[in-house]
Each structure stands twice: as C-alpha cells, then as structure tokens.
Write a protein that binds this ligand. Structure first.
Ligand code: AMP
Ligand code: ZN
Length: 467
C-alpha cells in the first residue's frame, strides 16, 4: 500500500506524492513562547515528530520548519505586567521548550525561525496584498478583507457568513469594517513593543507571521502543513487567504491536524486544575519515555485522554518493549552461532510489514503498535524454545531497532551524524549556486544550532564541531 494521509483540505485520505521527491517541505506551527508548553501542545509536536520520522523511514528527505511565535498578545501582556521586554520574557520559555523537546526525544526541525526576526518578510506580503486590493486601513491598523477571497472557508468548512468574532487575535478592540476580517498589522499601542515601518509604528498580527516564515523557508507552495485542530480555524484559513491571494499559487498540498489531548475527559485549563506541563508530569514521577509512548499510542486524528491509568498502562507497555530488547541483546551474546532460521525471518518480516502497513495508513500508531506487540509475543515464544541462534537474535534486534527509528522509545540517539552534516553542506552549496540564499542561510543556522562551524576554504567547505 502507498503512504497516505487524511488531508484536512477535502477531508479524505490521499496518497502522498510530494512536489519534489524525495524532498518534503513541512511547516509545523510552533509554540507561542509566553509560558511553558503544556502536555497538549506536546501531543501535537509528537505527532509531527512521528510524521517526520516516518517520512525519513520511508526514504524522504524532510525539511521541517517550526516557528517560534515570540510576539503576540499574550506575550505582550505578560511582559508588560512584569515590566520587562518581550525578549526578556520569552527567552527562558524558548530554552525550556528546546529542553522539553529533547526530553521527549522529539527530533529537531531544520529551522526554528522567530517571528521577531521576520518583520520585513511579513511587510512584503502585506505590501503585495495591499497592491492587489485585499486590505484596508483603519486607525493605523491594516486588515484583510475576507470578502475579496472567495475560497475563504475551504479548509475548515466555515463560510465567511458564519465566521464569528472572538477567535484569538481577532478579539482586539481595533476598528474593523467587518467583524469577520482579520488584522495583518496592528497600530502601536502605548507600552507595547513596536516596529517602525512604512505603515507607521506597530506590530504584526499572528497569522501573517506563519505565512511569512513558511514562504521564506519553504517557498510559495510546499508539501505539508500541520498543527493542532484548533489551528484549522481561523489560523490556517487565514494563512491560506494571505498566501494564495499574495502569490496566486496553491499554498499547501497536504494539511494534517491532530485532535486535542484531554485530561480525565476534560479540556485542559488552568482554572480546572487539570493543566499539566511536561515538567509537572515528570515531577509526579512519570518517566519521559513512558510519556512519549503514551502520546504516540493514540491515533492522531482521535482525541487522546490523559489519565493516571493510561500513563500507567503506557509505562507497562514501554517496559515490555525495553525487556524484549534486553532479552535480544542477551540472547545475541549467549546463543550459539548458526544461520538465521526461516522461522525467525518470517516472524520478523510479519512484524515489520504489519508495522509499515498501519503507519502507511495515515500513521495509525495504535494499530502499528499492535503489530509490534504481536512480533514481541511471537519472537518471545520462539526464544522460549531455546533454539535461537545469534543470527536469529541479531535479526530480531535489527528489526526492533529499525521500528524504533520511528517510535524512539528504546535507544539513546546520537544527535547528528557526520553523513547527515555532509549532505546538508552539499545541499547548501547547491542552494548558493542557485542563489537561494534563504535556504543556504537556513542550513547554516541549522548546523550552527548543532554546534557545527563552517569554514569556506579554497578547497571547498570544511566543517568542525565547536568546542
Ligand atoms: P500554541 O502555543 O497555543 O500556539 O499551540 C501550539 C500547538 O499546540 C498548536 O499546533 C496547537 O494546535 C497545539 N495544541 C494546543 N492545545 C492542544 C491540546 N490540548 N492538544 C493537542 N494540541 C494542542
Ligand atoms: Zn502558525
């Protein structure tokens, strides 16, 4: 079976065919860094990690962009109340976010652009939208006039007529002609962080941030855009309206959205006292990998309910996988030499095929894990008979670890491999040759983030690890 995903645009399962195979460009809405990310956010980031890892498993070369929303209403309010700058306010939460990603073994994206570093790119889209007649000004702010974009609502099924005020950025008291319109650029308000621009002093709206950063790093049209279900409307609907109206091209080929994480059957909220960060759960004694296992054990298109029992069951299942791995390592050492048996080969083959078949089917992780546990059971029975050779155990272990390149719950991973670095450098040279500076810079930044320093020499590019 071919790899397929449910595309929120159209609501059907579709075979996955990227625009420029084997490359896949993927934009994942990142955190608004006004506080610690909560465990619900991590459900979405973990789903995106599984997607990314499975694409790599299937031979694709993924270029993932995850933005950091570091200027936004909540950030501004929080910074104001503490009497510090937005940058001072967001810095510790950005650090905490990366620590949490590592704790959950979420692979790093290729770039993590910050909204505050991309104001010119946002202004550029706003300029095009203005020229094309999609905007109007009111009291120094610039709005997008939804009535100029007939396809509005295609993603969410929400038609302009049924759009209600109240969603996130649209709540501001700024004057709009029509309650359904959304703000692109907000006039400066007393005490707020602002930028001096051709439109006067102000700051960007939230939606334009993602449009500008996706366009800069992935181009006008790219393969996959993800987020949690709350992003579908209005955020992603507005991104489509901005980008497609500005470029005249299709924006995204596949839209993938994860359903929310609930806690004991309820929406997480601070007032209900059921609001958890990853750190809260670790402090309660849950282990990071059992939490990772729990988050990946649900199908991303179904709500996942966080409960003590669920976390406990995840811990047990994860332990079983760890025990199986240990048994294979021991058997590999102790068992007699001998050829790989047909029976062991067949058990492993069935497990691997089953895993792939369900992952191909819209990343159905619960079904895929079911196949993995059938494999564990069958292999354990085989090992119980004391007929296994070193080669049998080695083969089982190889298959298990291959599956774990996606699940990432078993083995400590080396962060960056030399071959990966070399290939990124080659890609950067290629981008420079094609005068694709954005891509070349993005790759340099990604390498820098991993502590890799590039040196341009007469013989080409050399690299070394810092420190
Ligand atoms: P935010 O920091 O609010 O912009 O959210 C970051 C990401 O987390 C977005 O993709 C949201 O859709 C997602 N998200 C927010 N709440 C939840 C939740 N309870 N379960 C799963 N994903 C969520
Ligand atoms: Zn976004």
């Amino acid at each position: 079976m071919a790899l397929q995903f449910t595309n929120t645009m159209g609501g059907k399962k579709e075979e996955f065919h990227p625009l420029n195979p084997p490359n896949v460009g993927m934009y994942t809405c990142g955190p608004t860094v006004y506080d610690f990310a909560h465990i619900g956010n991590f459900r979405t980031y973990l789903f995106e990690d599984i997607l990314r890892r499975y694409l790599i498993y299937r031979g694709y070369r993924v270029f993932q962009v995850m933005n950091l929303t570091d200027v936004e209403d909540k950030i501004i309010r929080a910074a104001q109340s503490k009497g510090i700058s937005i940058f001072e306010h967001t810095r510790p939460y950005i650090e905490a976010f990366f620590e949490d990603l590592d704790t959950l073994r979420i692979q790093r994206a290729e770039v993590y652009p910050r909204a505050t570093d991309h104001i010119p790119e946002m202004l550029e889209i706003i300029r095009i939208l203005r020229e094309k007649g999609h905007t109007y000004e009111s009291e120094g702010s610039i709005y997008y006039r939804i009535s100029t974009f007939p396809r509005y609502g295609a993603l969410s099924g929400i038609t302009p007529d049924s759009v209600k005020v109240g969603a996130r950025v649209d709540q501001d008291e700024y004057e709009k002609e029509d309650a359904r319109d959304f703000v692109l650029w907000k006039a400066r308000k007393e005490g707020e962080h602002f930028w001096q621009t051709e439109y006067g002093e102000g700051r960007p709206g939230w939606h334009i941030e993602c449009s500008a950063m996706s366009r800069k790093y992935l181009g006008d049209t790219f393969d996959i855009h993800c987020g949690g279900e709350d992003n579908i409307f209005p955020h992603h609907e507005n991104e489509i309206a901005q980008c497609e109206a500005a470029t005249g091209k299709p924006f995204v080929k596949y839209w993938l959205h994860s359903r929310h994480l609930m806690v004991e059957g309820e929406k997480m909220s601070k007032s209900k006292g059921n609001f958890y960060t990853l750190r809260d759960l670790l402090q309660k004694g849950h282990s990071a990998l059992a939490i990772r296992y729990f988050l990946l054990s649900g199908y991303y298109r179904v709500q996942l309910n966080l409960t003590e029992d669920g976390l406990h069951a995840a811990h047990q299942a994860w332990r079983r996988l760890m025990d199986f791995r240990r048994r294979l390592v021991e058997t590999q050492e102790k068992a007699p030499e001998g050829p790989l048996s047909e029976e062991a080969r067949a058990i492993a083959e069935k497990g691997l095929r089953g895993f792939e078949e369900h992952m191909d089917d819209d990343l159905n992780t619960p079904q895929a894990l079911g196949e993995v546990f059938d494999f564990v059971r069958d292999a354990n029975r085989f090992l119980d008979r004391d007929v296994a050779t070193k080669a049998d155990a080695r083969h089982f272990l190889a298959i298990l670890m291959r599956i774990d390149t996606v699940l990432a719950v078993l083995k400590e991973e080396q962060k960056s491999f030399d071959a990966e670095i070399e290939s990124l450098i080659a890609e950067r040279q290629e981008a420079r040759k094609n005068r694709n500076w954005a891509r070349a810079d993005a790759i340099r930044d990604q390498l820098a983030a991993q502590g890799i320093v590039l040196e341009d020499t007469r013989d080409g590019v050399r690299w070394k690890r810092e420190g």
